[in-house]
Ligand binder design. Structure first.
Ligand code: ATP
Ligand code: MG
Length: 270
């Protein structure tokens, strides 16, 4: 397929209404190829809902988005081949070994049989997980499980990797290791990395651009320096910019769903 430009994610007037909530309200934005793009916003802002529409798990109420030139509404199968997804919740089977989890995924993604072993070998090497290949996943640390989840999502060599709060619950060393691997993925394969986080340091350190979402809308989008500048505050931090654009919203304003999800996220890795 011929690309018109280097835009790889193009969101057009995307909305999602649940019964009681308009979770995502007519948002439009673009992400460039090989960008590391952070999605910030208070609990309940609509980040996960947006990501789930972009990965075709949730049908939009209206609007559309193109991933690598394919419409999430009209060409979901093509979109799925172009993306990898690491969810907010656990996505590995603790009762299987590291290798068995990867085997499941290569089958799911229709990787040709003769290539499976080699892809798994390379992924284990890339993630420094070789010596854990035969270990049951439930015996691994949270950081190693996260790396395995990233490996699973990358086995079919997607062009875009979506990660919903990839480092929540991880210690600083594990966090750093995850980011070293994600940056290497981008640098080696040109993978576009789209992630949500509540961690300002991580967003500032890792990403090229940020979108701050608030109450279902994109409050601001741009490079970290641009967001800080827009606050008009001297020596503004990214947290200052976040508060400036996302207002006072916090989990205290959220409903049961948000609070439950936040707690589950905190506890996901025990
Ligand atoms: N399946 C659902 N049914 C009804 N309402 C939902 C559903 N999923 C999400 N919502 C609501 O949509 C809004 C956006 O939720 P979403 O999970 O997208 O927020 P988020 O930005 O990912 O929050 P967090 O930072 O807590 O993960 C919230 O008000 C939430 O309660
Ligand atoms: Mg979420």
């Amino acid at each position: 397929m011929i690309k018109q430009d280097d835009v790889i994610i193009k969101v057009n007037n995307l909305s999602k209404n649940f019964k009681m909530v308009n979770a995502v309200k007519n948002i439009s934005f673009e992400v460039k190829q090989s960008e590391i793009f952070a999605f910030l916003g208070p609990n309940g802002a609509g980040k996960t809902t947006t990501i789930q529409m972009l990965i075709t798990l949730l049908a939009p109420t209206s609007g559309d988005a193109e991933i690598d030139g394919y419409s999430v509404v009209r060409q979901p199968a093509e979109v799925r081949r172009a993306i990898g997804y690491v969810p907010q919740m656990l996505s590995v089977d603790g009762a299987l070994t590291v290798r068995e989890n990867l085997m499941l995924m290569v089958r799911l993604y229709d990787v040709p049989g003769r290539e499976c072993d080699e892809r798994i070998r390379k992924m284990l090497a890339f993630l420094d997980l070789e010596k854990y290949a035969g270990k049951l996943v439930r015996t691994l640390s949270g950081g190693m499980i996260r790396k395995l989840e990233i490996g699973q999502a990358m086995l079919h060599h997607p062009r875009v990797l979506f990660l919903d709060e990839p480092t929540t619950g991880l210690d600083p060393i594990a966090k750093r290791s995850i980011w070293e691997h994600l940056k290497e993925l981008r640098n080696t394969y040109g993978t576009t990395i789209f992630f949500s986080t509540h961690n300002m340091d991580e967003a500032e350190e890792a990403c090229d651009r940020i979108a701050v979402m608030n109450a279902g809308e994109i409050a601001v989008i741009g490079a970290v320096a641009e967001l800080k500048e827009k606050t008009k505050k001297k020596d503004a931090t990214l947290e200052d910019a976040f508060v400036f654009f996302a207002g006072h919203s916090s989990v205290a304003d959220g409903n049961f769903h948000d609070i439950k999800q936040t707690r589950e996220t905190e506890q996901r890795l025990g």
